[in-house]
Design a protein around this ligand. Structure first.
Ligand SMILES: Cc1cc2nc3c(=O)[nH]c(=O)nc-3n(C[C@H](O)[C@H](O)[C@H](O)COP(=O)(O)OP(=O)(O)OC[C@H]3O[C@@H](n4cnc5c(N)ncnc54)[C@H](O)[C@@H]3O)c2cc1C
Length: 469
């Protein structure tokens, strides 16, 4: 079938019976990385995709590649301890580096890689930033820098953000180009990708496992289920362990010179409460993630919400035109960690990557392919994170309620932090005036009072040697 995009190869549907070593269900980032790795290691591989390559989240993401998972580090340590957290974190870094190795201009032309990501706090909590820097830098051996409020605001001119953690090794790529680039690399390595080929059932018993599609059958020694929330009939129970959360993103029309007046930072920006995620693309446009839903909304309907968020963070920009909006469904697990591993002999799962899918799908692809072909057992580090039922329709409603509540409370915390900051500035002016009046009157100034609720904790100098503000 002819592809809708003239730059992409024609789609091939599976219309004949086939025998392979490894059958992969789903041609998203997870399925394609397994296929690429396994084909490179010499296996015969077939990928079966119900729609087309990158049809869902994988073809509609923002392209930010960072280490880690969609779960707070502290929660991870509480669950599995520091040693195992370190190992899992190291795997997540390997995943990011694997994407970097694949996403070069030579292998994926137009990938538009740019470096660095900032994670900003929307509340004024310098002490927590220090703890996070120590955790990331010392415990998890990740290169990070602490940015003072002044430095953050010199590059991102808004009073919405306070301190920041800068990841110099994080990077971003053109997400759509990446998924199609992966497919091209997998094909070149010998994997066969069949689109418009939904898997309707699987029989995982026996040494040779069977797969049924509408017009052909396939036999394989290993089946990898990488269908994310759309897997459906082949394993309903597996689908039900994921809470579908739709994410959307939009791109503004070119903003010209006015964008440079509010933002000079060239990498990705996200906040610690998971509200905003944005970056500059093509020199003078903003790419921005919108609020999430637990139902599939038409992406265009989210344009207004994106426009409002941009107005809230950068009021100086004035009204911006949203040129394009897109979206996709991510699969969230109950524990927040991806599902990677062997369900029974020869039946594998790679899903539940949530909003942190670029590095983690790359990691999963390597772990599974290497386990099948080399006996690498490191996927077992994910064993503590079992398949837990995500609550069906009631879980979705509860998930949406919790999401709305956490956005609202994060917004309130941000407003309180900005109020405190303004109060602190006023108090400093008052103290200076008082000191000046005392000096003129020849009396000693009173000791300054700490601002209520504002911890006076210095932020450490960053690696460029900048001191605390
Ligand atoms: C707006 C948005 C922004 C994002 N930004 C980032 C980001 O900046 N950084 C980051 O790390 N992550 C980001 N993510 C998350 C990331 O995109 C996902 O975690 C990742 O794409 C999940 O990949 P996947 O292969 O598991 O799933 P999918 O992309 O859902 O792929 C699964 C595929 O399986 C197919 N399939 C399902 N069932 C069957 C079946 N029975 N038969 C045949 N085929 C089947 C589907 O058609 C689909 O194509 C973002 C996501 C969205 C939506």
């Amino acid at each position: 079938m002819q592809s809708e995009d003239p730059d992409l190869p024609d789609r091939l549907r599976l219309s004949f019976d086939l025998d392979v070593d490894i059958a992969v269900v789903g041609a998203g980032l997870a399925g394609l990385t397994v296929a690429l790795e396994a084909a490179r290691l010499g296996a015969s591989v077939a990928v079966l995709e119900g729609r087309h390559v990158g049809w869902n989240a994988s073809g509609h993401q923002l392209g930010t590649v960072m280490p880690g998972y969609g779960v707070a580090i502290g929660d991870l340590i509480a669950r599995i301890g520091l040693e195992d957290t370190r190992e899992l974190w190291a795997l997540s870094k390997e995943g990011a580096e694997h994407v970097r190795a694949l996403a070069s201009e030579e292998s994926i032309p137009g990938i538009a890689r740019s470096e660095g990501a900032l994670e900003l706090s929307n509340v004024d909590v310098g002490d927590q930033v220090i703890a996070r820097l120590q955790m990331l830098g010392e415990d998890l051996e990740t290169e990070v820098e602490g940015w003072q409020v002044d430095r953050v605001r010199a590059e991102i001119k808004t009073d919405r953000y306070f301190h920041g953690v800068y990841y110099p090794k994080a990077f971003q790529i053109d997400g759509r180009k990446y998924v199609h680039g992966l497919a091209a690399l997998a094909r070149r390595a010998g994997a066969r990708i069949f689109e418009d080929t939904p898997v309707v059932s699987i029989d995982p018993s026996g040494i040779r496992k069977r797969i049924v599609t509408p017009s052909a059958r396939l036999r394989a020694s290993h089946i990898v289920l990488a269908g994310n929330i759309h897997l459906g009939a082949p394993s309903r129970r597996l689908s039900e362990t994921l809470l579908p959360v739709w994410r959307y993103a939009g791109v503004t029309a070119p903003l010209g010179e006015r964008l440079a007046e509010v933002m000079s930072f060239k990498g990705s920006v996200s906040d610690t409460h998971g509200i905003d995620h944005f970056r500059i693309i093509e020199g003078d446009r903003l790419m921005w993630a919108s609020p999430e839903t637990t139902w599939a909304a038409r992406p265009e309907r989210l344009a207004g919400a994106i426009q409002r968020r941009i107005g809230t963070i950068f009021p100086k920009l004035g009204r911006v035109e949203i040129a394009e909006v897109w979206g996709g469904a991510t699969g969230q697990t109950v524990h927040g960690m991806p599902q990677i591993g062997q369900l029974r002999k020869g039946l594998w799962v790679a899903s539940g990557f949530g909003r942190h899918g670029l590095n983690t799908t790359a990691m999963a692809g390597q772990l599974i392919a290497r386990s099948i072909l080399w006996g690498d057992e490191r996927w077992r580090l994910f064993s503590p994170f079992e398949l837990v039922w995500a609550g069906g329709a009631i879980g979705r409603i509860a998930g949406y309620g919790i999401g709305m509540w956490s956005r609202a409370s994060a917004g309130a915390a941000g407003a309180l932090a900005r109020y405190r900051e303004r109060a602190h500035v006023k108090e400093r002016i008052r103290d200076t005036r008082l000191a000046e009046a005392n000096r003129q009157a020849g009396t000693r100034p009173p000791p300054s009072r700490p601002t209520p609720g504002k911890p006076r904790v210095p932020v450490p100098a960053n690696r460029e040697g900048k001191g605390a503000s």
